[in-house]
Design a binder for this molecule. Structure first.
Ligand SMILES: NC(=O)c1ccc[n+]([C@@H]2O[C@H](COP(=O)([O-])OP(=O)(O)OC[C@H]3O[C@@H](n4cnc5c(N)ncnc54)[C@H](OP(=O)(O)O)[C@@H]3O)[C@@H](O)[C@H]2O)c1
Length: 216
């Protein structure tokens, strides 16, 4: 099994990391500093298979790397991770370019003609970036059934092998309906969906739901 680096100590990094350790992967959680309080607690809770370090430590360790950092600092975190450490690796970008500066609901600080996914790919030209999982809550990410049914997961990216690798992990997270919407420009629509996600979440008063693509 490939080693996995998870950049991010928030709910997303902790939830994805936990699930990957449960599945038998070795996972290193990365943050801005060694010994980050949340990362140390996550290692303690997840035991064998879990470790922590800086963003660079996690990037070096991971053969597949999940980007689960705050959207506005995602590129900064990659820079701290060392751009060369991502070369020839599959990078799963879960982050969203959310701007909370004017309160709720958030807006997107990149959209329409660009996306954070594309900026991540530009920042890591030697890596194979796949945008995935950003359109659901983190508990649904790792347990698709929690979304309430056979919901759809959109993914996109420039490299077919990397997308196949990500699909395998998504299947282990319980995703049966995975729709590949093409190259990394698809991240524009995946990220814009998050605005709809926030409206639906406010209406339903739960983050446990998903979207389904249907056709005749
Ligand atoms: N919450 C969800 O269910 C959900 C669902 C879909 C997508 N997302 C997206 O997933 C990402 C992670 O969300 P989250 O709620 O788990 O965590 P978050 O609070 O958005 O991000 C936490 C991470 O961002 C890093 N960070 C914060 N400021 C930074 C800076 N100045 N420079 C570098 N790194 C910095 C933190 O580093 P330290 O570890 O050093 O503190 C931490 O690892 C976000 O982009 C979010 O939009 C979230």
């Amino acid at each position: 099994m490939k080693k996995i680096g998870v950049l991010g100590t928030g709910a997303v990094g902790a939830t994805i990391g936990k699930k990957l350790v449960e599945l038998g992967y070795e996972v290193k959680m990365g943050s801005r500093t060694n010994g980050n309080e949340k990362a140390v607690a996550w290692v303690k809770a997840n035991g064998k298979g879990a470790s922590e370090g800086t963003f660079a430590d996690a990037a070096v360790f991971g053969e597949i790397i999940f980007v689960c950092t705050r959207g506005e600092f995602a590129l900064k975190a990659l820079e701290q991770g060392g751009v060369e450490n991502f070369k020839n690796k599959t990078v799963v970008d879960v982050s969203n370019p959310l701007d909370f500066s004017k309160g709720m609901p958030p807006s997107l600080y990149i959209s329409n003609t660009n996306s954070l996914g594309e900026e991540v790919q530009k920042m890591l030209p030697g890596a194979y970036v796949v945008k995935a999982l950003n359109t659901v809550n983190c508990e649904v990410m790792v347990d698709a059934k929690k979304g309430g049914g056979d919901i759809t997961m959109l993914i996109c990216g420039n490299d077919a092998n990397a997308k196949a690798e990500v699909k395998e992990i998504l299947a282990q997270f319980g995703w049966n309906d995975i729709l590949d919407i093409g190259d990394i420009k698809g991240a524009r629509s995946q990220e814009m969906m998050v605005i709809t996600w926030v409206s639906v979440m406010s209406t339903l008063k739960t983050p446990h739901f998903g979207f389904k693509v249907v056709k005749p």
